[in-house]
Design a protein around this ligand. Structure first.
Ligand SMILES: C[S@@+](CC[C@H](N)C(=O)[O-])C[C@H]1O[C@@H](n2cnc3c(N)ncnc32)[C@H](O)[C@@H]1O
Length: 193
């Protein structure tokens, strides 16, 4: 199997990649996590989805492909430039709510319903406010993170933080955990009853 061949790319993907280069965004999600997110979301009719870290919308473009008509997705980033790019591409999609705010503030103030999938791709919800975010996941829902294999851009001390995060997730009796040495190092946690 040649995993580098991905036939059905989101139609806007190339354009988003171009924007990424233009603005010098160095943290884009790769296509592999994108396809995984799309497939996981497609398994949830009327999905409620949360993305922490919109970035240049590369992962968002994939996630939207997995949404059905009755689904709803909230994506959050604290960089107004990035949120305005996301709005340019997806602002008219009634299923998508793009918010420019600090992830920590959002998590601490959120009072809505739980989610079927959370992609935590920013510090909040991954290395901080983790318990709060795990509490927001429906039974049968997914918590997904990537960049768990050592990355060239990791600052000093980050490897220990990543290791601590994995150990904590493995200690949670209420989640089933799969670690995948694939893409940038993906962890998929499923909320159990
Ligand atoms: C790894 S990138 C996300 C990449 C994105 N998923 C994509 O496909 O382009 C992390 C993002 O988190 C955002 N971010 C960093 N700190 C944040 C915070 N405290 N609250 C909200 N967003 C934050 C950054 O602006 C950045 O866009």
């Amino acid at each position: 199997m040649d995993q580098s061949v991905i036939v059905k790319m989101p139609s806007v993907f190339q354009s988003l990649e171009k924007r990424c280069i233009e603005i010098g965004f160095t943290m884009p999600s790769d296509v592999y996590i994108g396809t995984l997110l799309k497939s996981l979301i497609a398994s949830k009719p009327s999905a409620k989805v949360l993305e922490l870290g919109t970035g240049v919308s590369l992962s968002l473009a994939w996630m939207i492909e997995g949404l059905d008509e009755d689904s709803h997705l909230i994506s959050i980033d604290n960089d107004p430039k990035l949120v305005s790019i996301a709005k340019e591409y997806f602002g008219n999609d009634h299923r998508v709510d793009l918010q420019c705010c600090d992830g920590t503030d959002w998590i601490k103030n959120y009072q809505g319903g739980k989610f079927d999938l959370v992609f935590a791709d920013a510090w909040p919800g991954k290395y901080s406010e983790l318990e709060e975010v795990l509490d927001l996941i429906n039974v049968g829902g997914f918590y997904v993170i990537d960049d768990m294999n050592p990355q060239p851009n990791w600052p000093e001390g980050h490897a220990e933080k990543a290791k601590g995060l994995v150990t904590y997730l493995e200690s949670r009796e209420d989640f089933s955990i799969t670690k995948m040495n694939w893409s940038t190092g993906v962890i998929l946690c499923t909320k159990k009853k």
